[in-house]
Ligand binder design. Structure first.
Ligand code: SAM
Length: 266
């Protein structure tokens, strides 16, 4: 069988590395997702080894270390700058080994009883390949648990973009929930728990929303080089359209659609 192929855009790495200094204080939704993901897990005894994919500044890693002592956590991120922040934040925690690596290139020899990932797998296209790869890295009976942003996230922003710059559609296309579920089944995983949650966050203005996305490294993604950014006047029209259509109190709102999945290797 041919080896699965993945793409990890170097622009994804560059964006997250550039945002390493501002990510942590802006990661409110990621913190919430990490908490909800952990709440779906139950282990007895605690897994001896955990592989975390896309650890970032260690939002989930920190919670894993508290939930599952004294297991070893291999926390992987493709951005060195992110792992530097995480290491500094959680200095001295001997359970955690910080690893700078592209998840799509991890060796499959070492097997884990738990592989977990928060708000990351949707950045690795196509998602079915990374799910297949992570399944290959599980022990028999091992658990893959993840939270991902799915299609429908930032529906408001994408609609504004379609209206104000129809020839420049959104650059990041998030996976749909059904596509993820199909990938899980095809990989040979049995679904144990799943949940979809809508998180609606309010901002004082569309500009504040765009700033937060930038500070989290979420703008950009898999950008083909030929695709052009919005011009200043398109951006101003988008902001005005957003302000008019998606009001909430004195500000505006944005929706995140998060899919949580806990599956077991058959
Ligand atoms: C939105 S952040 C989530 C970080 C953390 N899990 C959290 O919940 O705050 C996504 C992280 O995934 C990392 N990432 C993206 N593609 C990756 C890949 N192919 N391999 C490893 N890490 C990757 C990015 O560098 C970034 O730190």
């Amino acid at each position: 069988m041919p080896k699965a192929r993945h793409t990890t855009s170097s622009s994804v790495t560059a964006r997250f590395s550039a945002a390493a200094g501002t990510y942590h204080r802006n990661a409110k939704n990621q913190r919430l997702a990490a908490k909800q993901l952990l709440a779906l897990l139950s282990f007895s005894p605690a897994p001896a080894r955990i592989l975390e994919i896309g650890c970032g500044t260690g939002v989930l890693t920190e919670k894993l270390a508290k939930a599952f002592p004294p297991g070893r956590i291999d926390a992987v991120d493709v951005s060195r700058a992110m792992t530097v922040k995480a290491r500094k934040r959680l200095a001295g925690n001997r359970m955690i080994r910080w690893i700078v690596a592209d998840a799509t290139r991890l060796p499959e020899k070492i097997k884990y009883p738990l592989i977990i990932s928060n708000c990351t797998l949707h950045w690795i296209a196509p998602i079915k390949n990374i799910i297949g790869k992570l399944c290959a890295m599980l022990e028999p009976g091992g658990i893959l648990a993840f939270a991902v942003m799915t299609r429908g996230t930032f529906a408001e922003l994408n609609a504004c973009r379609r209206r104000t710059a129809p020839r420049k559609p959104a650059r990041v296309v998030l996976p749909a929930r059904d596509e993820i579920k199909k990938a899980v089944a095809r990989a040979g995983l049995r679904l144990k728990r799943e949940k979809t949650a809508l998180i609606r966050q309010t901002f004082s203005s569309p500009e504040k929303l765009l700033k937060q996305l930038h500070d989290q490294g979420l703008t950009g993604g898999n950008i083909p080089h030929r695709q052009k950014a919005l011009t200043r006047s398109e951006l101003l029209r988008l902001v005005a359209d957003y302000r008019k259509r998606y009001r909430s109190g004195r500000g505006i709102y944005a929706t995140y659609r998060v899919y949580y999945c806990v599956a077991q290797k058959i």
